[in-house]
Design a protein around this ligand. Structure first.
Ligand SMILES: Cc1ncc(COP(=O)(O)O)c(C=O)c1O
Length: 381
């Protein structure tokens, strides 16, 4: 079975040795727009591409507003801050995620609480979220906050993540969060082009964030975006990520302690060119997923299909093996034979800095951590 899948991957990705997990691809006007930045000298924070990139992202995602920032981690930190996450608060997220999700919470001075994921979406489980909130919080009627019974701290946000581009059951999560009056910030870093019930991921909660890191569906080299339908939230996000400068022809007046988190015109120029090719990129990814699905079906391998009611971007194609031993044998065979594969992240609650955080029952996350493998999923020529 191991040799068959290696041969198959080399067949669908010919002339690449080793076959990378997900390499960037530049099919459009990236060079032209970059030259324009240099020719006009607009390489830094001023220039037309940032606004164009924001407009294209809003249009594509259906969000009313999009604010470009330096990376996805910063986008999440600012979105959480604007959602009202304060020093000492607690924020619920999933343990099966990239470390940036938990780090952004910690950057706000808050502590993550980890609740389990669903085995079929790999994203936060609405049932487990509800159970945790019901069993571990009291609702304070006067402050309208869910308070953690054991720490006495407020739960000030919930951050579900759309793992490997597969939408989680976000409508149920938002409904539960609303009952407890907790804002939802979606970590949609991996799910540009993924939809739940025909609505783009990242647009269900108060705000969502996207990442344009080099391994994502589209890249700006490094970059991120905050998307929201809330005008005031978007205005504040722009202000807070641009050193809170009060607009004036020549005076330097800043009205709060803020951040220099803006995206440069150079990065945004790449982003505009990439967005112009997004349909081609997504179509190619879906065709790759179809090839993997058929191969896995014919070879008795469990392949992760897009969940119910969803259209996934299939950012990273994923298979599930029998157990950790089989996973490790598989990882070692493929990586030794010219095909880059990787396991899922070590669970957040097992990392040194988050090992004392509160968790719910994490059975599904533990099972997935031990058995998932990502397959090469970049653009196929
Ligand atoms: C789930 C998740 N959250 C957040 C991030 C952070 O994005 P960035 O690398 O742009 O800071 C990433 C990706 O890198 C991610 O996969």
């Amino acid at each position: 079975m191991y040799k068959d899948i290696v041969d198959f991957i080399k067949y669908i990705y010919p002339n690449q040795n080793p076959v990378p997990l997900h390499a960037p691809v530049f099919l459009g006007k990236e060079k032209e727009y970059l030259s324009d930045c240099i020719d006009t000298t607009y390489v830094s924070y001023i220039g037309k591409y940032v606004t164009q990139f924001e407009q294209k992202t809003a249009e594509f995602s259906g969000a009313k507003y999009a604010v470009a920032v330096v990376n996805g981690t910063a986008a999440l930190q600012i979105a959480l801050k604007l959602a009202g996450v304060n020093y000492g608060d607690e924020v619920i997220t999933q343990p099966l995620t990239f470390v940036a999700t938990a780090n952004a919470i910690a950057h706000c001075g808050a502590k993550p609480v980890f609740v389990d994921v669903d085995p079929d979406t790999m994203g936060m489980s609405p049932e487990k979220l509800n159970d945790w909130l019901v069993n571990n919080t009291n609702y304070n009627q006067s402050t309208r906050q869910a308070i953690n019974k054991s720490t006495n701290q407020p739960i000030s946000a919930i951050v579900p993540m759309h793992t490997f581009g597969h939408p989680c059951r976000i409508d149920e999560i938002v409904e539960i969060a609303n009952r407890f009056n907790i804002p939802v910030i979606e970590d949609a870093a991996e799910s540009l082009g993924s939809y739940f019930r025909n609505k783009h991921t990242g647009t269900f909660g108060l705000a969502g964030i996207l990442s344009y890191n080099g391994n994502k569906t589209i890249t700006t080299g490094g970059g991120g975006m905050i998307i929201t339908d809330n005008e005031e939230f978007a205005r504040k996000a722009k202000h807070l990520t641009t050193t809170a400068k009060v607009p004036h022809k020549w005076e330097f007046i800043h009205d709060e302690i803020a951040y220099n988190y803006r995206l440069t015109n150079v990065n945004a120029a790449i982003g505009v060119a990439q967005m112009e090719c997004i349909d081609i990129l997504l179509k190619n990814k879906r065709e790759t997923a179809d090839l993997y699905r058929d191969f896995c079906h014919n070879n008795g391998i469990v392949f992760f299909k897009e969940p119910l009611n969803s259209s996934s971007n299939y950012w990273l194609n994923t298979i599930r093996l029998k157990d950790r031993k089989e996973r490790d044998t598989y990882l070692s065979y493929t990586n030794d034979n010219g095909v880059i594969t990787r396991p899922v992240w070590r669970l957040m609650n097992k990392l040194e800095m988050y090992k004392d955080c509160q968790t719910g029952n994490l059975d599904n996350s533990l099972m997935l951590e031990a058995t998932l493998v990502n397959l090469p999923s970049g653009f196929r020529n």
